[in-house]
Design a protein around this ligand. Structure first.
Ligand SMILES: O=C(O)/C=C/C(=O)CC(=O)CC(=O)O
Ligand SMILES: [Ca+2]
Ligand SMILES: [Mg+2]
Length: 413
């Protein structure tokens, strides 16, 4: 229960069941602080730790979440219990109140230093849609390996940006119908992809995989991802090695990292898999990592999709097991994203590629405008909620970004 002096609005998705972590600064101050969102405010947890829990002051007094991420699940549990105590009256109000800041008044930063970045392709409906669109002549929309392993590619960690960062339309090579070779110029098929990301806290050594059952020993929490995608650049460049410049110019992430501990009521059984995966990819008995997260995608403020995460074919635990099964190490700050989330209904598809069927059937917005792909000035926002304990709602906040016009004829021109 929240302390009396902590006025969390009723039904807030940032109640004490959630307590996500982020990194913020105030005004023009250069210093960044670790914060925990509660109601409409942010608690400067480093400042409170310095006053009452010196043993946590180093972890929480850093300018990124990395020291906390690296500390591991026992410490994550103690810190969460301590923060919950601070907000529940376990320490005098005077210790806490001076360090609560209005959320609207802070600037939010990338919450951790990103190490490596992998993007998966684990939603069956999205993979079927993409297969039908990109490979209309193929007999089967899914590639033959799809049900045997979570397909992924290594992305560009250095271009992950925090929500609110503008995204410049990329330029590159693309094919135009009726022309032999490529043309160069701004992408004409810029898209979003609604995804969920996970961040690794505890590293794994090289040469040893992370078992499905050990997911929560390594992964700290989850957040939202918009994997901006230039479909025309992608279509021309990505055979046979996979996505490259069409997806590496920017990937936006939401600023609040929701700890796995806040998602216990959201855990659900994943859908049945057929055929049964190889042993290293099997779900741990009684320990499912399907997650009932409900995403909403808005384009210029209008809801265009509500993708359901609960139906993802491969869970994040299977993704991490696969990512490390060859002995690849993971490091603190490694990010992996789920892949585009799409449900069975059209209004649940997580990209414009799908929603407009590659531009052939544009999305009609309530203001009468149509979109095949994104125009300059468009703003894309992805938000999500999950069920919390006792009917509470656990919010992810949002990842948002505005499309800016391409730079001339490309940055090198
Ligand atoms: O099927 C294809 O050819 C292409 C698929 C994608 O672009 C999707 C992707 O990046 C992975 C994902 O987000 O699911
Ligand atoms: Ca993607
Ligand atoms: Mg990307």
């Amino acid at each position: 229960m929240a302390a009396e002096w902590l006025d969390v609005p009723a039904g807030s998705a940032f109640g004490t069941a959630n307590l996500p972590y982020g990194v913020f600064s105030i005004g023009a101050e250069p210093v960044r602080r670790v914060g925990v969102a509660v109601g409409d405010r942010v608690l400067d947890v480093g400042a409170v730790a310095r006053a009452v829990r010196a043993d946590f002051a180093g972890l929480l007094g850093a300018e990124s979440l990395n020291p906390l991420l690296a500390a591991g699940p026992a410490v994550w549990r103690s810190v969460r219990a301590a923060v919950r105590g601070w907000l529940s009256g376990a320490v005098p109000a005077e210790t806490v109140l001076p360090h609560l800041v209005d959320r609207a008044a802070v600037r939010l930063h990338l919450p951790f230093e990103v190490a490596d970045y992998v993007d998966f392709y684990s939603c069956e409906q999205h993979a079927v849609n993409a297969g039908r669109i990109f490979r209309p002549d193929a007999e089967e929309p899914l590639p033959p390996n799809w049900r045997h392993l979570p397909i992924g590619y290594h992305g560009r960690a250095g271009t992950l940006v925090v929500s609110g960062t503008d995204v410049v339309r990329p330029s590159g090579q693309r094919r135009e119908p009726g022309r032999e070779g490529p043309v160069f110029g701004p992408s004409a098929r810029l898209d979003f992809e609604a995804e969920v990301g996970f961040v690794v806290g505890v590293p794994s050594p090289r040469g040893r995989g992370v078992r499905v059952a050990d997911f929560a020993e390594h992964v700290f929490g989850a957040f939202l991802v918009n994997d901006w995608s230039a479909r025309d650049l992608q279509a021309w460049e990505y055979v046979p090695l996979g996505p490259f410049l069409g997806k590496s110019f920017a990937t936006s992430v939401s600023p609040w990292v929701v700890p796995l501990a806040a998602l216990s009521a959201a855990r659900v059984a994943p859908p049945p898999r057929d055929p049964e995966p190889l042993p290293y990819l099997r779900d741990a008995e009684g320990d499912p990592w399907g997650l009932d997260l409900r995403l909403t995608v808005r384009l210029n403020g209008h809801v265009v999709s509500r993708p359901p995460f609960a139906r993802m074919y491969w869970t994040p635990a299977q993704q991490l097991a696969h990512l490390t099964v060859n002995g690849a190490a993971v490091r603190t700050g490694d990010v992996f994203a789920s892949g585009t989330v799409s449900g069975p209904e059209r209004g649940e598809w997580g990209s414009l590629l799908e929603l407009s069927w590659n531009g052939a059937d544009p999305v009609r917005l309530p203001d009468g405008r149509e979109r095949g792909f994104l125009r300059d000035g468009d703003v894309v926002s992805i938000s999500a909620t999950a069920p919390g304990p006792g009917g509470a709602v656990v919010g992810f906040g949002e990842v948002t970004g505005r499309v800016l016009p391409a730079v001339g004829n490309g940055p090198n021109a």
